[in-house]
Design a protein around this ligand. Structure first.
Ligand SMILES: N[C@@H](CCC(=O)N[C@@H](CS)C(=O)NCC(=O)O)C(=O)O
Length: 197
């Protein structure tokens, strides 16, 4: 199997961590591309030119949520549900976490515009702060959960820490920060670091 990705992508990180958790890392070839540059190799599999894109034989999958669900259903179906949630609530939590990554990447673009897009920064910052506070207040069992959802949270939260160091993210949701300090020690997380920006 092959994962076409960029190592700085939070969406791809989720899949890379899962591969390690499921003992698949040795079988998964990582092909690094720069998706915003011409990449005929990626485009032949994903006309949208987005990473991560996954291949396994004739199977071609994107986006990260579809790839992650495929790996979970195929290799660890008991991981489908987040603690104490039914199927639709679990799916909504995963969508929220993908939305957290979306807001983070839009925020970074707004910050790096010349001049910085202040309205855009405020809009995305609000989404991220509210989402982290929502997680802080409502995610029962976060501390003991190892799931697709906690891996998605790790990927999004650490992306904020590494890619947007201008903001101190650690004070917004102290419980999430405390959880992160423990969860980041998992071998699957340590084996898949984001490159330095
Ligand atoms: N919803 C998608 C988002 C993927 C995405 O936007 N990836 C970025 C890199 S982090 C990308 O490929 N950007 C290139 C582009 O949009 O052209 C997923 O979860 O996989």
């Amino acid at each position: 199997m092959e994962l076409i990705c960029s190592l700085s992508s939070g969406y791809a990180r989720k899949v890379r961590i899962l591969a390690h958790e499921f003992g698949l890392a040795d079988q998964m070839t990582i092909t690094v591309v720069a998706p915003r540059e011409s990449s005929d190799y990626l485009w032949q599999f994903n006309p949208l030119g987005k990473v991560p894109t996954f291949r396994n034989g004739d199977v071609v999958l994107y986006d990260s949520q579809v790839i992650a669900e495929y790996l979970v259903e195929t290799y660890r179906p008991e991981w489908m549900l987040s603690t104490g949630l039914d199927r639709w609530q679990s799916k909504t939590r995963l969508s929220m976490l993908n939305g957290l990554s979306d807001a983070a990447s839009t925020l970074r673009k707004a910050i790096t515009e010349t001049p910085p897009n202040q309205a855009g920064v405020a809009l995305q910052m609000g989404k991220i702060e509210r989402t982290l506070q929502h997680i802080e207040a409502t995610w029962d069992g976060l501390e003991s959960e190892v799931s697709l959802a906690t891996i998605a949270l790790l990927s999004a939260y650490e992306w904020l820490l590494v890619r947007i160091p201008e903001r101190d993210w650690t004070t917004i949701a102290p419980r999430v920060e405390q959880w992160y300090q423990t969860f980041k020690q998992r071998p699957s997380v340590e084996a898949t670091p984001y490159p330095a920006p």
